[in-house]
Design a protein around this ligand. Structure first.
Ligand SMILES: Cc1cc2nc3c(=O)[nH]c(=O)nc-3n(C[C@H](O)[C@H](O)[C@H](O)COP(=O)(O)OP(=O)(O)OC[C@H]3O[C@@H](n4cnc5c(N)ncnc54)[C@H](O)[C@@H]3O)c2cc1C
Length: 452
């Protein structure tokens, strides 16, 4: 399949590389593209490019985009079972499912991710403590192995391929179709409780308490607060509202859902605007504006789940240097490591604009799946932040020593030996990959750097 050469990055806009882009419109055309793969050039799948660094890039090789594999094949309104092509986005599933009362089982902080990308990164959402990660809700998928052979895989028929693909970052094959169990909801609105916490101890205590009461919880933290205010946060927790919770106006259209970005960041947005001073001011103002405690506010799906989707291309605010996301999880019992991570970030004056703390429930079986029971913290920093490399190296050590790990969908710099410490099933994953792809056809910039 002839492709054109394109320069690609992930959402963080760092580490660009050029590859030939193929955009097959059918599974048969995708199989043909894969059959032409060679180890010399390598190939990798790409969805909507929302992973933060280079997991969906293959410099000098071929990137197979699923942008044209974007059809919903079947949606059973009675059972909520949906079968779709892998390039279908979670937003498309919401638009199709909500009128019949079905929502995606797991939603990351953006709905602009594909089903293929959601399985390959085994994504998690604000409901991980009750729902686990995305692949737990996948009943089957069809995957093209390196070479182009098609396989239909369920957890029962081939558990090792199923769980190597969940979180396998596209390295086991190209997913072309999946069947997913959606979640029933009574309306498209969320009933939200908000609590403003004074410090890290209160933040962790309130998160634990809210996890017992709510299906969705998260803390938005002020990463630059220090001293008595270290780890102060605004916690928002919610559950889908019932019809009786809605105002008469909302009740007229209980499943209303109006996606679409409202604002855009202009291409010439001045660089350097995100720095320790502006982020400090913005975090402080936002924290003070939040109510100390508010119960039962009705919010839309967009406001509660995907606030960043309201601004198209918000990643441009970091300027041409881009930004690095860093997300870790450490097991419960390692609360001191969480506190220490907040100290390291605030003492380094590293301006993380979006800082999110959450508790994960039990992890699933994915060999390279990120979540495990414990505390997860996501941070994002302008890539040109002075001293960033040293700070992230210190966080790596802290996390590895606590028995935790960093998230591959966001990683841009963890050393390979540290990654191996963090993912005890990496050797199993590599062995399975060697059997599935002896010629080493599937490869990404991420897999080459880390030897996945
Ligand atoms: C604003 C924002 C918020 C986010 N919040 C969260 C969050 O809360 N939780 C979370 O878990 N993640 C989160 N993410 C990360 C995002 O959910 C994942 O990186 C997801 O994988 C992106 O999907 P994508 O379709 O854009 O895939 P891409 O970024 O294009 O690819 C990601 C990986 O999936 C592989 N892949 C893609 N399609 C296929 C396919 N058809 N077959 C096989 N492999 C495939 C690629 O090879 C690559 O390794 C967030 C990202 C952004 C930008």
């Amino acid at each position: 399949m002839p492709g054109r050469t394109v320069r690609l990055t992930g959402w963080g806009r760092i580490s660009p590389s050029s590859a030939e882009l193929a955009s097959p419109a059918t599974a048969a055309a995708a199989a043909k593209a894969l059959a032409q793969g060679t180890a010399a050039r390598g190939m990798i799948a790409r969805g909507l490019g929302r992973s933060y660094n280079n997991a969906a890039q293959c410099g000098g090789g071929v990137v197979i985009s699923t942008e044209r594999l974007n059809r919903i094949v079947d949606l059973d309104a009675a059972t909520g079972l949906v079968t779709c092509e892998a390039g279908v986005s979670l937003e498309q599933l919401m638009v199709a499912g909500l009128p019949a009362g079905w929502f995606v089982p797991v939603s990351p902080g953006t709905r602009q991710v594909t089903v293929g990308g959601a399985i390959a990164a085994d994504v998690h959402g604000k409901n991980h403590h009750v729902a686990g990660s995305f692949t737990r809700h996948v009943r089957s998928f069809e995957i093209l192995l390196p070479g182009g052979e098609a396989r239909t895989v369920t957890e029962q028929s081939d558990p090792s391929l199923f769980w190597a693909t969940a979180g396998g970052m596209g390295l086991t094959g190209l997913i072309v179709r999946a069947t997913i169990q959606l979640t029933p909801v009574a309306t498209s609105r969320v009933r939200v409780d908000t609590v403003r916490t004074a410090d890290i101890d209160e933040t962790m205590a309130v998160l634990a308490e809210h996890d017992r009461r709510h299906g969705y919880t998260v803390a938005w933290s002020d990463s630059l607060a220090r001293g008595a205010g270290l780890g102060r946060s605004v916690i928002t927790s919610g559950d889908f509202a019932g019809p009786a919770d809605l105002s008469p106006a909302d009740a007229r259209d209980p499943f209303a859902f109006r996606p679409g970005a409202r604002l855009g960041v202009p291409p010439g947005f001045p660089p350097g605007l995100i720095n320790r001073y502006t982020v400090g001011l913005a975090n402080g103002a936002w924290y003070r504006k939040a109510p100390r405690s508010r119960r039962g506010e009705i919010q839309t799906i967009g406001t509660f789940f995907h606030p960043l989707d309201g601004i198209r291309n918000w990643n441009r605010v970091y300027g041409p240097g881009g930004f690095r996301q860093y997300q870790y999880v450490v097991p419960f019992g390692c609360e001191a490591a969480v506190r220490r991570s907040f100290e390291l970030v605030s003492h380094a004056h590293a301006p993380s604009f979006v800082t999110v703390l959450k508790r994960f429930g039990a992890g699933d079986e994915g060999l390279l799946s990120f979540p495990m029971a414990g505390w997860t913290l996501a941070l994002d920093f302008p890539a040109r932040t002075p001293g960033l490399s040293g700070l992230l190296g210190s966080l790596d050590r802290l996390v590895a020593e606590a028995g935790g790990r960093v998230y591959l969908a966001k990683d841009s710099r963890v050393p390979p030996d540290v990654l191996a410490e963090m993912y005890p099933r990496l050797a199993e994953f590599r062995k399975l990959r060697a059997e599935l792809d002896p010629a080493g056809i599937l490869a990404s910039d991420l897999s080459r750097r880390l030897g996945l």
